[in-house]
Design a binder for this molecule. Sequence first.
Ligand code: 0O2
Length: 217
Amino acid sequence: MDKELEAFANSKARDVAMERTREYIKLMSYYKCALMEVETKLNVLNEEFSLLNDRNPINSIKSRIKSPLSIKEKLDRRGDPITLQSIEENIADVAGLRVCCSFTEDVYMVADSLLKQDDITLIMKKDYIKEPKQNGYRSLHLIIAVPIYLSNEKRMMKVEIQLRTIAMDFWASIEHQLRYKKDRAFTENMASELLSCAKISANLDERMSGLKQMMEK
Ligand code: 0O2
């Protein structure tokens, strides 16, 4: 290939790459908007509940957009194409919110109140509180679609919401740290110790709920 043709081909490839990057950034900003929408809804529920009941059901809300590397790894793992359309169709947790509540009842109350809103569509619900995972993991997972209103269009975006109590979050954070420690093997003993801690944490949630009920009487 002569030099001029090669330079032209390179600049074309650069233009295509730049355009894809721009489109990727645009899609991620739509996910960010969806996170803002849902986070506002949750804050409104928290505010109203706190006015009516003198306490906050939501302790903290964390949000994150999945990193480009994690998105690529997930698509690769499932054999899905690496395209923007495929990200939207195949990955439900590009936008993720983690909501920590004080009591288990708050988790369900917040989830139900959110799902009652007429612009929220429930896509999937996994209740790992009623049915904990084998390792002891507990949380309520919702995949929802929420509209975002842009200047010329309305777009439905998927958001994953993980709702849990502070005790569930404490367990999940430590378990995640231990499981992904690269310099040490995750042994059977550690797994069974973690399962035992998960049971203690479930028991703690029950006792805290009991205390709340006593106070309410
Ligand atoms: P990150 O970095 O937290 O996002 P999928 O999400 O579709 O690949 P699956 O099994 O259908 O897989 O999803 P599921 O069960 O709803 O769980 C997805 C997320 O829940 C995980 O995201 C974790 O955040 C959390 N989770 C699930 N199981 C466990 C567990 O045993 N321990 C802890 N600590 N967290 C868990 P990612 O993508 O793994 O990571």
